[in-house]
Design a protein around this ligand. Structure first.
Ligand code: NAP
Length: 361
């Protein structure tokens, strides 16, 4: 039986569920694929814990092992983790951390012959003047040792659909996407007449937003997804070339979260008027990413006709619509929940199993 060792970077919402799912599915994969998958190390902000016998431990034991050792540096530095993992035919780093700090470890792992799977968008959104970004995208384009399905639409088959369209000789005309569940929830409420500031407060209370809702309302998260889709299409673009409409009023950019929430009512009249105009034109307001093969890449508020699948979308669901030469009059569409621990973790594990097929033969 072939042995696949996973190094889990980040054991929060998504990473914790990766561990849970690996523990739960391990026996099935042994049977179905003749593949023994184990968690060989877990990394958090405080260091790396090697788990020699991770496969035999329950998910609770695994997480407890990390907690008990307080994520102290009992293991190697994350950039040195691949050679430290023994007893494996292939090693894959699973980046479910936040920010760019795992980038060096991802590059070192790829250089050492390991694989990488990301739900974390930040390393894939680094400027192309950074040689690490070039390395990551070289491996991503060859598809052999880096996969990043969960960076766009969580577990939805967004990147793989786009890659299949491109690999089979289709030409993308335009991708339009409602790629943020947070905006989806907010603007579905606004369409029902709820003032924007109340819709944001409700979305925050329901756990749809980041702790600081400005992290969502700035549009940066959607812009990163648009960038990743663009680069998947072969465009050599950086984040600063994307036109981003921020819904954070300038006067509230640098205040506390409480002051921001209390002051957001200043946007209600304008956004309410835009929503009413959209409704009068049989359209709905959506925060949309638009990506083309060589034109502008933009993310921002649009009035989208209700007659389209994008315009008719309600609630926090995501939708990615691919208009191509072959799917022109009726674009091919991928939609469903674009966030959540279980689906995002499953997206990462699906990537890891696909990589393993090439890496352990
Ligand atoms: N949640 C979703 O539905 C979803 C969907 C798609 C993509 N994503 C992406 O997936 C990633 C994880 O999301 P999440 O919701 O699981 O976040 P989370 O619950 O905040 O967990 C983040 C984890 O990353 C770890 N971490 C942070 N900085 C680190 C560093 N410098 N080195 C190593 N580990 C570090 C944290 O470690 P400590 O425990 O030590 O603080 C924590 O365990 C994010 O990049 C997010 O954008 C999430």
């Amino acid at each position: 039986m072939k042995r696949l060792a996973l190094v889990q970077i980040g054991h929060g919402t998504v990473g914790g569920d990766v561990i849970r799912q690996v523990v739960a599915q391990r026996a099935q994969w042994q049977e179905a694929f003749d593949l023994d998958v184990r968690i060989a190390a877990v990394a958090g902000r405080h260091g790396v814990v090697l788990i020699e016998d991770g496969g035999e431990l329950s998910e609770g034991d695994l997480l407890n092992a990390c907690e008990r050792r307080g994520m102290s540096a009992t293991g190697p530095a994350l950039t040195e983790v691949v050679p430290a993992v023994g007893n494996a035919d292939a090693v894959i780093l699973m980046d479910a951390s936040a920010g760019e700090s795992a980038t060096d470890a991802l590059v070192a792992a790829l250089d050492a012959g390991a694989g990488a799977v990301l739900s974390n968008k930040a390393p894939m959104a680094l400027p192309l003047s950074d040689p690490r970004a070039v390395t990551l995208w070289d491996h991503a384009r060859s598809g052999e040792r880096l996969k990043y399905e969960a960076t766009c639409g969580a577990g939805l088959p967004v990147i793989s659909t786009l890659q299949t369209l491109l690999n089979t000789g289709d030409d993308v005309i335009e991708i339009t996407a409602a790629a943020s569940g947070t905006f989806g929830a907010i603007f579905s409420s606004v369409a029902r007449g709820v003032p924007f500031s109340i819709a944001v407060a409700d979305a925050k209370a329901a756990g749809y937003t980041e702790p600081d809702p400005r992290d969502d309302l700035s549009g940066l998260d959607v812009a990163r997804k648009a960038l990743i889709l663009s680069r998947t299409m072969g465009r050599r673009v950086d984040l600063d070339e994307i036109e981003v409409e921020s819904l954070v009023p300038e006067s509230l950019a640098d205040v506390s979260i409480e002051t921001f929430m209390a002051g957001l009512g200043i946007s209600n009249a304008e956004i309410g008027a835009q929503a009413a105009k959209a409704i009068s034109e049989r359209a709905s307001l959506k925060y949309v990413a638009t990506v083309t093969p060589d034109g502008d890449i933009a993310v921002g508020l649009r009035a989208v006709p209700l007659s389209t699948v994008l315009g008719a979308l309600q609630g926090p669901e995501n939708i990615f619509s691919f208009r191509t030469r072959r799917y022109d009059a009726y674009p091919t569409v991928v939609s469903g929940p674009g966030a959540g621990a279980a689906v995002t973790a499953a997206g990462m594990i699906g990537d890891a199993l696909n990589l393993a097929r090439d890496m352990v033969k």
